[in-house]
Design a protein around this ligand. Sequence first.
Ligand code: FEO
Length: 666
Amino acid sequence: MYCTRTIQDDLIWVGADDRRLVCFEGVYGVPDGVSYNAYLLLDEKTVLFDTVDKAVYSVFLENVEHTLAGRKLDYLVVHHMEPDHAATQELLLSRYPEAKIVCNAKSAQMLRQFTGKDYSARTVLVKEGETLCTGRHTLQFIMAPMVHWPEVMMSYDTADKILFTADAFGTFGALNGRLFADETDFFTENLDEARRYYTNIVGKYGPQVQAVLKKAAKLEIALVCPLHGFVWRSHFGDFLEKYLLWSSYTPEEKSVLLAYASVYGHTENAANVLACKLAERGVRVRMYDTSVTPASYIVSDAFRCSHLVFAATTYNAGMFVTMENLLHDIAAHNLQGRTVALIENGSWAPTSGKLMREALSGLKNIRFLGDTLSLKSALSEGQEAQLDALADALAAELNPAPAAAEAAPSAVYNAEAVDRKAFNKLSYGVELLTTRVDGRDYGCIINSACQVASGDPKQVSISVIAKNFTCDMVKKAGRFNVSILTEDAPYSLFQQFGFQSGRDVDKFAGEDGPRTENGLRYLSDCANAVLSCEVTEVKDLGPSVLFIANVVEAKVLSRGKSCTYDYYHAHIKPKKNPAPEQKECWVCKVCGYVYEGAELPDDYVCPLCKHGKDDFEHVVPNAPKKQKGYVCTVCGYFEPCEGELPADYVCPLCKHPREDFEPAER
Ligand code: FEO
């Protein structure tokens, strides 16, 4: 039976997983399988993006037939001619004889070579920047030579901002039902296999990848659809950052890859002693036996680590075969810019050191750290000092002692030198902070949540105005949730949680809603994600309190765009209604709503922000003099004042400090 997934109404994944493949391309073990992705667009014209490996042709053809639902196939777009995506083309084209092949000239030539057939009469050749309109969608073609073969191209759907990336942004591993990267904990569970895929399949072609990344940088991208692995609809930037590192051969971490080839365990022993010494010096080591771990895994970590140590015994007057294979692979993948240290072993004529150096010396920007450490059969006690020296040299580069602080006069705080508006240029988000104490829920609006550590556990920080009641409650509970608000959040939400205090009202009164595992409330509407956090540190910053917390649960709730503080001010917060010049009226001091008329009923409630008559200012036409004061830039509260606001003044509504007020007249 067919097995498809819907990406959006008119775009369907029609690919398949292969978990029986032992070696991808005949060399790279894929213990977690691999996916071959193909996509079918159901526009006025129907478009199939690529086919699949012959191993999964059967379900693929069923997928296509089911998805077309009786429609004819108009186009097959060919992004890549490698047989893991092209082996089923011939079969597909015979089933859909009206389908036109959309490809570049190189692909057309390869199609002839692979099939021995002439498809030129049904081929539409495209070049860089050319487009194909299929109805609502328009596809623009982007050539991506050598990512991974010379004929590779990408397609960009200008209607829905979808980039079909061929092999780029793929990963090893079957999808196992998950299609989108946000349906898995990608950076914990899948990044290693994505790195192994990139470095081994495309790693040699860093400059070409950089060239196509530059082209892609000019595009607005909502969806990324690669030929292997997950579709990206959020957080693609985090993955892109990895590609920028990998394709520029920049190490991801300051650490040591220690790979050794040992026949009887003596070279391994020296490697182990070195690993201990490095660990004692605080250096992170990733260690492999080249006879046990396939080269593709070690190549992948060679791209990851900044420093590489290779230790190999001499064998048949050369270097041991598994080390020879590894170094050949590293050189073939064009690794650059690493610092390398070598250890050789040989009972009578050690040569492996010289040969390892030769194998790597042709690579760009490879620096050898010291001389090769040479063992005779086994590490002797007298050589421990040499290993210490090597460990010291590596540690000095990886964990350098902090440089002495440069003598400079301490900057003295000068209020005039700090323009408050400069802080508005930071791209704050807007979040609902929630917590729970003694069976009651508390919450307030914040704009300060940010991720401060991406390892495990991930950490976030929030800062909360000290006078906010929710701040006290977070201190007491030691845990909180952050619901990340989206642009469709209504102003009433900000009023409910931002313009009143939990001391006075129960902001959750009469409401029941979803809770995370920690029992705290979160928003299911108007939020695109929730983070559940356990507080690890509390720092009193005076007017605010900084909380640092481990994230213990996090989930994506929607595809809505995160609301920024700037967006809130521009689009959600009501614009101040200027007081009419001719009519007597009452103006709400909280939100600026204007009630026209001379008399405001005592029980009147502002229809926008729900504040009562006390919060309205009576405006009389041609009033001889406007009142001077300050307006809160957060909630709009107006404080009449002829002089300066007191230094410790805080907004009676939203509790923001004096710094958030600006002079105004009303
Ligand atoms: Fe997935 Fe280069 O083929």
